[in-house]
Design a protein around this ligand. Structure first.
Ligand SMILES: Nc1nc2c(c(=O)[nH]1)N[C@H]1C(S)=C(S)[C@@H](COP(=O)(O)O)O[C@H]1N2
Ligand SMILES: [Mo]
Length: 222
């Protein structure tokens, strides 16, 4: 498979992220997924509730905006579009445009509903045949392979459905991520072209990997 522009293949799949130096959040004894926002009936799904929906397995590459790509990851879980159609669309109060994915560690990502409805967007609970480990987002994570890693919230515990763009704390951040973050269009940065920002991000990979490895509870990375 060719890689999207500006990406380099790496060996393995490192723990990576913005809450890197912290250990991953503990998995609660009875994990839940909250559905909130512009819904007539906000609800909290257990993993058993989620398991009532059809599941899917898919193999995909994973592209971090900093420029590394982990290849051929085998994910399994519930397609986001299935969850949306079966559990959300019937109870929305107005047309939904944006979706916020929040993690147990306080991380948040925002996607357009149109992007989240793509066929390959999963709420994954397994990677390579095993339940997600804490490095990669236990108990649930978003997997949106056509969008950069920062959209792929790990430790997913809440999905909010919005009728307009939600408040944007990153607006003035020098590394604000692109709102759509589509890898084939190299939509890395909110305001700068992907090709321009690429070399700056590449320089961040080494330091961030070392920091993330420190917080890892699974296996050390060199
Ligand atoms: N909850 C949470 N999700 C997160 C992050 C994070 O710090 N916390 N980092 C994001 C970024 S920038 C990337 S590249 C991927 C990394 O996923 P991995 O650690 O499974 O490689 O997770 C994304 N999802
Ligand atoms: Mo990332």
């Amino acid at each position: 498979m060719p890689l999207p522009p500006g990406q380099r293949e790496i060996d393995g799949f490192p723990r990576f992220g913005t809450h890197l130096h912290h250990p991953p959040p503990p998995v609660p004894p009875n994990p839940t997924l909250e559905l909130a926002g512009a819904l007539r009936e906000p609800r909290t799904l257990s993993l058993d509730d989620l398991a009532e929906l059809p599941r899917r397995e898919q193999v995909a590459d994973f592209h971090c905006v900093a420029g590394w790509t982990a290849t051929d990851l085998r994910w399994a879980g519930t397609p986001f579009a299935t969850l949306y159609r079966e559990r959300v669309a019937p109870v929305t109060t107005a047309p939904i445009s944006h979706v916020v994915f929040a993690g147990l560690d306080g991380y948040r990502s925002v996607a357009l509903l149109d992007d989240a409805m793509a066929d390959d967007v999963l709420i994954a609970d397994h990677l390579d045949g095993a339940p997600l480990d804490s490095d990669h987002g236990a108990p649930l994570r978003l997997v949106s392979p056509s969008q950069y890693g920062f959209v792929n919230t790990k430790h997913l515990c809440r999905i909010e459905f919005h009728t307009t763009a939600p408040p944007d704390p990153d607006r003035f951040s020098p590394l604000a991520g692109h709102r759509r973050a589509r890898v084939w269009a190299e939509e890395r940065h909110r305001y700068l072209p992907g090709r321009i920002i690429r070399p700056i991000y590449h320089r961040l990979i080494g330091p961030i990997r070392r920091l993330s490895a420190k917080g890892s509870t699974v296996r050390p990375l060199s």
